[in-house]
Design a protein around this ligand. Structure first.
Ligand code: SAM
Length: 328
């Protein structure tokens, strides 16, 4: 068991498998960054598997999510999925992706043992999609979503970061999308994790505003969480059609229930998305540390996990890395 000083148990590990991304979402990554920052020190598959085994077998972690950067850019990612999926005790293996490469990879991922896919999609309008991601490829993403559904990833989760003045006029369209497709649409409040530091409080569209907009399509009923540390507040339209999630990290944070830790692509353990310090597990492993030594290092880092993020405090300081480098 792995727990922090406040008694929260770690059950959920997010692993960034690459810092590279084929999109340049303006709120995440600046246009000139091409993911070169940490490539020399990126974790190998062997290192990722060793750490995954430690977290699952020794510490009882139940869920692993592969993310990035864009995880599908990592060569033969399905081989990594196959290995992690076989770790005894792992209950859920998921991936977050922008879906650009899913048309050719979704079936392979399913066969490799991936349980779930979460897909990021911030606009259903081609021009706006291109402006946000700096890639004119909405069709490709929609094709990726369809292929994933056909490959058996159902229900799919679609993540939408809502930013005032950018895509908040599409909340209702996404509500319709959830009702028509059966995919679970999850709205994420814009967080101060963007590399260009464009975030400010006025640009955050709150959970309350999102619900108000969605109710244009009919009343929403709250759905009970499947487990206490779930990030999204869940809703369903009263007529039963369309499931919605809202990740209200800014206006209704859920740190008290947090069960997550993260590994960056260059092998640093982060105990909070907003941590201002990291724990270099990879260097320790490369110095020849035994599993026991690695475990003690992780235990100590997790024990000191932050009680909560400080977004709403006057002294909030941006983390050194953007979401794409931390692993969203
Ligand atoms: N490339 C993959 C993708 O696009 O899903 C995985 C990595 S991406 C960093 C993971 C998620 O973080 C995406 O859903 C993205 O929209 C979200 N994200 C990035 N920056 C964010 C921010 N400042 N606030 C809220 N969500 C953010």
């Amino acid at each position: 068991m792995l727990a922090d000083q406040y008694g929260r148990q770690v059950k959920d590990l997010r692993i960034s498998v690459t810092d590279r991304c084929n999109y340049r979402c303006f709120y995440c990554k600046p246009v000139d960054a091409f993911g070169q920052h940490y490539r020399s020190g990126i974790m190998s598959y062997e290192e990722i598997i060793r750490l995954s085994q430690i977290f699952v077998v020794e510490f009882g972690v139940e869920k692993i999510r592969l993310t990035g950067g864009e995880p599908l850019l990592r060569r033969e990612i399905d081989l990594l999925v196959t290995e992690i999926a076989q770790i005894p005790g792992l209950q859920d293996l998921a991936m977050t992706t922008n879906a650009h490469l899913l048309p050719s990879k979704a079936h392979k991922l399913k066969e490799a043992g991936l349980d779930r896919l979460t897909i990021s999609l911030d606009s259903l309008r081609p021009e706006r999609f291109a402006e946000i991601t700096r890639s004119d490829s909405l069709d490709r993403v929609l094709e990726g979503i369809d292929t994933a559904a056909k490959a058996g990833f159902a229900p799919l989760k679609i993540n939408v970061v809502v930013i005032r003045g950018v895509n908040d006029d599409e909340i209702v369209a996404f509500g319709k999308f959830a009702r028509e497709t059966g995919h679970i649409v999850r709205f994420i409040e814009f967080m101060p994790l963007d590399e260009d530091k464009q975030w400010n409080r006025e640009r955050v569209v709150s959970q309350a505003e999102i619900i108000e907009a969605l109710e244009e399509l009919g009343p929403l009923k709250s759905v009970e969480r499947s487990y206490s540390s779930e990030t999204a507040n869940k809703y369903r339209y009263a007529d039963g059609k369309g499931e919605i999630g809202i990740i209200a990290s800014v206006t209704a944070s859920f740190c008290g229930q947090c069960s997550r830790v993260r590994l960056t692509a260059d092998g640093k353990l982060r105990t909070c998305l907003f941590s201002d310090n990291e724990h270099d597990v990879l260097s320790l492993m490369r110095q020849g540390a035994s599993d026991e030594e690695v475990m003690n290092f992780i235990r100590e880092a997790v024990f000191r996990k932050e009680s909560g993020h400080r977004i709403n405090m006057p002294d909030y300081v941006y983390p050194d890395r953007s979401m794409s480098l931390i692993g969203g």
